[in-house]
Design a protein around this ligand. Structure first.
Ligand SMILES: N[C@@H](CCC(=O)N[C@@H](CS)C(=O)NCC(=O)O)C(=O)O
Length: 247
């Protein structure tokens, strides 16, 4: 039995849902309320000591880190395969996941202002100190402190945007050589990047995903959105038509 602790708009959760849906695996869905800080509760920390989502429980055993969860699922449920069939391309796939994982802070700068910042900025100093104590990683303590008291600036957003556009440049070069990011097959490397491209396309730098600037990425993105698993994974808009964060 598979139980997924996730949120619909969470980028890392989206990866795992994409993987589950590609494989046609049924799972029980537990939505974690990030705004209520359920991810930092003692119960949740027993499942994921990093205090972030997603976490997947397979037959009673908890797993965390979206890239690791996807590789685990691919190993345990091998059909259809979501890893390359040769060691070299598998190494490339892992490097893509690592590369994109290291860029997550740049998405935080854009995403949190729509949701978590609105909660955090209302806390008193005492409440903030209490919440920070419960967050297991220094990096996330800093991110919560920033949105609560020193929201990210336009300059910081511009730098973050540049790094995310650079990701598209890198993808473009690779997709010039191979059909998918890690070779001839759609793999976890592509899945890892999907939530990033979704947000770049939706808000961060939409023009950059268009054929004019990144033609290979544009085609790759169209192909991915046409996959039945993409629709089933519910990778909906982050913001509604009034610009409000979706739950
Ligand atoms: N490297 C982790 C990143 C997980 C992550 O950053 N999750 C975010 C949502 S996308 C989260 O739980 N944020 C809430 C918090 O940091 O308090 C993974 O890939 O699983």
């Amino acid at each position: 039995m598979l139980v997924l602790h996730h949120a619909w708009r969470s980028s890392a959760s989206r990866r795992v849902r994409l993987c589950l849906e590609e494989k046609g695996l049924a799972y029980e869905s537990h939505v974690v309320n990030l705004e209520a800080l359920e991810q930092h509760s003692p119960e949740y920390l027993k499942i994921n000591p990093n205090g972030v989502i997603p976490a997947l429980i397979h037959d009673g055993k908890p797993l965390y880190e979206s890239g690791t969860i996807c590789e685990y699922l691919d190993e345990v449920f091998p059909e259809p395969p979501l890893s390359p069939d040769n060691a070299y391309d598998r190494a490339s796939m892992r490097n893509w996941v690592r590369h994109v994982d290291a860029l997550i802070g740049n998405l935080v700068i854009f995403n949190w202002r729509h949701s978590l910042q609105k909660v955090a900025e209302k806390w008193t100093d005492e409440e903030l100190a209490e919440h920070l104590k419960k967050i297991p990683s220094k990096e996330r303590q800093e991110a919560w402190l920033r949105v609560a008291r020193r929201p990210y600036t336009e300059e910081e957003r511009a730098v973050a945007r540049g790094k995310l556009v650079h990701l598209l440049d890198r993808m473009e070069r690779t997709l010039n050589e191979t059909a998918w990011l890690a070779g001839a097959r759609y793999t976890i490397a592509d899945i890892a990047v999907v939530p990033f491209v979704k947000r770049i396309d939706e808000e961060i730098a939409p023009e950059q995903v268009a054929a004019q600037f990144h033609p290979r990425v544009s085609k790759w993105w169209a192909d991915i959105q046409a996959r039945p698993a993409f629709a089933r994974a519910n990778i909906g808009p982050f913001l509604d038509k009034w610009g409000q964060a979706q739950t």
